[in-house]
Design a binder for this molecule. Sequence first.
Ligand code: GLA
Length: 386
Amino acid sequence: MRVSESVIRRAFEQRFQTPPAFVVRAPGRVNLIGEHTDYNDGFVLPLAIDRAVWIALRPRADRQVLAHSLDFAGSTTFALDELTRSDDGWAEYVKGVAWVLQEAGHRLHGWEGVIAGDVPVGAGLSSSAALEMAVARAFAAVSDLPWDAAKMALLGQRAENEWVGVRCGIMDQMISAAGRAGHALLIDCRSLHTETVPFPPGTTVVVLDTATRRGLVDSAYNERRSQCESAARAFGVSALRDVSSACFEAECGRLDEITRRRARHVVTENERTLQAADAMRRGDAVAVGRLMNASHESLRDDFAVSSQELNVMVECGRRHPACLGIRMTGAGFGGCAVALVHSEQAKSFTSAVAASYQAKTEIAPVLYVCAATDGAAVVRIGELPQ
Ligand code: GLA
């Protein structure tokens, strides 16, 4: 189901018999290029998409939080003074964000509300980061906290790392917090400096969900991170961001074969990402597409995080004349590919590629034409209760 401001507001009204005081929205994301570079202090170029997590809420006088999830048909209630970690699925993200905001010294108010989203879960479109940033926005609204996108993204990442126990980089929270409508965001994952980048005229972003999900993604992700860290140590730098391709070529002999391949992906991907941002600013869609294609090859062959279905999707996409470039996106091993296509043929692209993928794999994919939206925001402020 697609969620909108009116859907979430009606759900709140049904449950609480009164309009919400706030409606907040935080988007999912798709990454155009710059994969597995964020935890190497490198560059990423994602966009916030028109699929998001929404919360309609009102403050409570006490320090209780009561949240009902429409997607998971369940509720969570907890006291801000007695946060305990458990294995409670989506509710852990709500508690984790409360915990991290209090750890950062913020004085929080309780609230009650309903949560719903239309970012597909587990597809690699960052439904967790969207939930974290929506919850952070909700607490910021009821507790009157200033919204600093980078600070909130770092806190969301810490909640995911330390409360939920997933080791992710900063990209997903940062783009969900700071995205800009109609633009991609070039993020320097070391300084968290961001720069809006326009899309080349006449192009559209398409997300292609292979409808496959891989269970081993967490352990493979952690293994890649360790390989990157040991490569950085071998080069004597704090992160692979500091290795240029010239330096890599000159000194990669000291790495074993696997570590060399992993490092080569990161070093070349950082360069591709900066080149892609330049090409977008020049409106050179063909160059952006070429860089996306090269990114896929590097993720498939050097970083080894693609999957058979992702490779089939990429091949099917590349055969269509509308396609400027296509690659796997996100952590990998399943989930989605992303393509940049000629806008006027976007519809024919999605139907033709869906059909050829399904014919080859016998799996029904889901393809969306995407619009770039703003990052986490309060989209409606109602009457506050007296
Ligand atoms: C996941 C992580 C991100 C990033 C990507 C790979 O989405 O959450 O931090 O590392 O994988 O680019």
